[in-house]
Design a protein around this ligand. Sequence first.
Ligand SMILES: [Zn+2]
Ligand SMILES: [Zn+2]
Length: 350
Amino acid sequence: MKALIRYSHLPKKLKIKEIPLPTIKNSKNEAIIEVKYAGICGRDLEHYRTKISKKKIPSVLGHEFSGIVKNIKKNKFKIQKGDRVTCETVKSVCKKCNLCKSGFYNLCKKRKNIGGSDCGAFASHIKVPTEFIHRLPSNVSLEEAALIEPLAVCYNALISNSEIKKNSSVLIFGAGTIGLLSLKIANYKKAKVFLVCTPDDKMQKAIAIKNNVKNIYFSNTDYVKKILKDTKDKGVDLVIDTVGGIDKTFCDAIDLAKPGGQITKIGWFMKKDVKANFDNIVRKNLKIQGSFSHNFKIWENCIKLLSRKKIFIKDLISLKCEISEWKNAFNLLSNRKAIKILMSSNEKIS
Ligand SMILES: [Zn+2]
Ligand SMILES: [Zn+2]
């Protein structure tokens, strides 16, 4: 089958290459899924732009996907050939540590991921562990299902790791997929949303407006002053920081969170020397919460939100294309001219 492969550890070394179709032989714990849609994530773009370890070569990218079960042995999860499914990003975990035993295998130290290893979703087929597959209700489309992974990231951050009451004020930094899905969850929780985006985020801003967000600020303005003014100098109950690679948003979050408030960090700093006023965290009695990945329960809850039509996410899909058009898709996303792009292989393999 054809797959989008990272063929060198040096940056920007991606191409479509022919690789063997994955097989499961007699494994009862694995399944082959025919990929219908695979979303391009910020992590895929980051993978493309940076140098990686030689040990990871060659690797297939793509970890947000949906599809149809193509090959599976009889299993206790009752997943069958032909089922419409999506799957978590876990390739393997140790199953022995306390985190694994208590269902928080997303935090297992031995965890390995799909997408950026020998299996990824930018291909016609992918091999996955059966236990991490989720069956889709008939009223959840395969397009929407390809967005459940980022939705689960936001569910973990805003619902599992934060507390949002009706009319809580929630400030979101960043208007990428994670920022906009966070906004939709905050809306579902009936919070009052504040959003900081970049001046290039034209499509993103339009979606925020359509989702009833009135307080939108550009990152190149003095938004700290404006948000303080708009909250009558109180600040906000919760800050969701989805931005990666900088510490400015985190510093501003400390200034903008109410005394006793919380900052939930999703975006990675990508450096160790973070410069922030940590004394203000103490003085304001702030709670700093990291939020990483997701687990089985969170995925099932996200599927329920979609199936019960509590949350509408299709408006984030800017484009659907074939994996052969990956370069154009990566460029659109890098220039913030698209929010989520779904790729399909459309390669006919019987
Ligand atoms: Zn992702
Ligand atoms: Zn473990």
